[in-house]
Write a protein that binds this ligand. Sequence first.
Ligand code: AGP
Length: 367
Amino acid sequence: ALIDKGNHRHFMQKEIYEQPVVVAQTLSSYLRTLEAKVALPDMEFDLGSVERVAIVACGTASYVGAIGKYWLEQMARVPVEVDVASEFRYREPVLGPNTLGLVISQSGETADTLAALRHMKSEGVTTAGIINVPTSSMAREVDLLLPTHAGPEIGVASTKAFTCQLAVMAALAANIARAKGKLSDADEAVLVKHLAEVPAAMNAALAHDAEIEGMAHTIAGARDVLYLGRGPDYPLALEGALKLKEISYIHAEGYAAGEMKHGPIALIDESVPVIVIAPSGPLFDKTVSNMQEVQARGGKVVLISDSEGLAQAGEGALATIEMPKVHPLIAPLVYAVPVQLLAYHVAVVKGTDVDQPRNLAKSVTVE
Ligand code: AGP
C-alpha cells in the first residue's frame, strides 16, 4: 500500500502523531491487561538463567538500550552493558555464558548492528532482537524476535520506532525480572497499569504542540543547544540532542545533569538554550539544582516537567512544557514527544528537508 502523509506536512510529523496508536498496538501484544501480566513470545531458553545482558544498537536505537539498562538493572538486578554497534566487535567484548545478547533496530538491516549480532551468535550467545521490520535480516537471525508494531517509518529521524522500542524494552525487563524472582505479582500489576497509561499520556503530551511550535523560533536562532536529564531521562537527553542535530543542523549535546559542573557548564551563556527533562520524582531535586547552576550563569532554560515539578521549579525558566504526571519509569516514553516536537518545529522554522536531512540515510547498510 502507498503510504502518504495524510493531513501532515511531513512524514516525521505524522509519525510523531501516530505514537499513541502504534505504542498501544505494540503494547497490546506484550500486555495481558486482564491478568495484569507482561508476556513475551514463546522462546526456547529460560530467561531466569540470564546473568548479563549485552545490548548493541546504533543511534536512536542505542539510546533505547541505554534507557533499558536503567530498567533492567533496577527491575531484574542483572548487569547490563550497552555498546554502539560500531565499537562492539572491535573492542573484543567479553561475552560470558548466560549472557543474553540484545540488538535493537528499526530497519533490522543496519550493517554494524547486523555484524554485531552475527559476532554474538558466533560466540555462542543467545540473542534477542527488538526489531520493527519483521522480514529483515536481523529479524530472521535472532533467536528471539521481539517485534515492534510501529508500521513503516519513513522520516529519516526516528520517532515512533523509538517509543515502540521502549515499550518492548520495558516488557522484556519485566519478563527477565519475573523469571529471576525479582518482580512480585503486585509490582507486575502496577507496571502493567503504568504501561497501559502511556498512550493516553502521549496524547496529553501532543496537546502541547502549538506551544512548542511557539518556542521553536527562539531555539532556531541558537548556535548550540544542550539537553539535560538524569537516570532514564539522561539517554533521552542524548536522543533529544541527536534529533535536533539531524534535522535542524544546530549543534546540540546531551549530558547527564550532574555532569554539567565537570566541564560542559563552561559552555553556558545567555545564547545557549538548555532543555531540561525532569519529571517529578526521586531525582527531581538533584536535577533542579543542576538547572539552577545553569540559570545562575545566564543559561536559558526550557523545563519539561509535570505540574508538580513546574510549580516547584518553573519560575525563572525561559519556557516550560507541562507533561501529564506519570511514573518515573515510563517518563522517557511520554517525554520523548515534546523532545521530538521541538526538534521538528525548529527544523521547520529553519526550512530544512525534515524527512530527508542532508548526508543521512534511513538505513545505514555500510560499516
Ligand atoms: C535516528 O533518528 C537516526 N536516523 C539513526 O540514529 C538510527 O536510529 C540508526 O541509524 C539506527 O537505525 P536502525 O534502528 O534501523 O538500526
